[in-house]
Ligand binder design. Structure first.
Ligand code: GLN
Length: 176
């Protein structure tokens, strides 16, 4: 999705892969597996430094879980894993997302979390059945669904615009 929108991408597996990144996606998958990988590679501290440097991040599904207070601790919220139920309870829904113009976006929820609790710095951008499923805190964006699996590019476009906005306002030499 990011490449389709013209971004240059690379996979991050070890701390050295973070060097020079303008933005980071923490994708869906399994938060338990990601936690083990992050521990094994010593990625937690470098990821926190990246966030502290204001680098925009997009966490989707398991990525949302990784951003929460019980994992990387980057957002002041707690994501409840598998909150909508097991695999058979996976679903799609059209949702209005604050900050995204042009009508609802298609959310694909695969054993998705929801945001069970959050602090005042976390802005809720969308909900399903009264449960928050999209949120922003500063440059960090978390969604419970997989927008990369739909044809709708607006969420990733929004993410890239944040990155470009930041790049334009900070001289390259000061970016990390
Ligand atoms: N259920 C997974 C977890 O708890 C998340 C699923 C997903 O990313 N689609 O990590």
């Amino acid at each position: 999705m990011l490449r389709r929108l013209g971004a240059e991408t690379r996979q991050v597996r070890v701390p050295a892969d973070l060097a020079g990144l303008d933005g980071l996606v923490i994708p869906g998958g399994e938060s338990t597996t990601m936690t083990l990988g992050i521990e094994r590679e010593g990625l937690a501290e470098p990821l926190r430094e990246l966030a502290a440097g204001g680098v925009p991040m997009l966490g989707s599904c398991a990525g949302m879980i990784m951003l929460d207070s019980e994992h990387l601790g980057l957002m002041d919220m707690r994501a409840e894993r598998n909150a909508f139920g097991r695999q058979v309870r996976s679903f799609e829904a059209d949702l209005e997302v604050r900050g995204i113009e042009g009508g609802p976006i298609r959310g694909i929820f695969i054993r998705a979390p929801w945001i069970a609790e959050h602090g005042p710095d976390v802005e809720i951008l969308a909900s399903v059945e009264g449960r928050p499923v999209a949120a922003r805190q500063g440059e960090l964006l978390a969604v419970a669904f997989h927008s990369e699996l739909s044809e709708d590019e607006r969420l990733h476009r929004l993410f890239l615009e944040r990155i470009q906005g930041r790049a334009a306002s900070i001289p390259a030499a000061q970016r990390r």
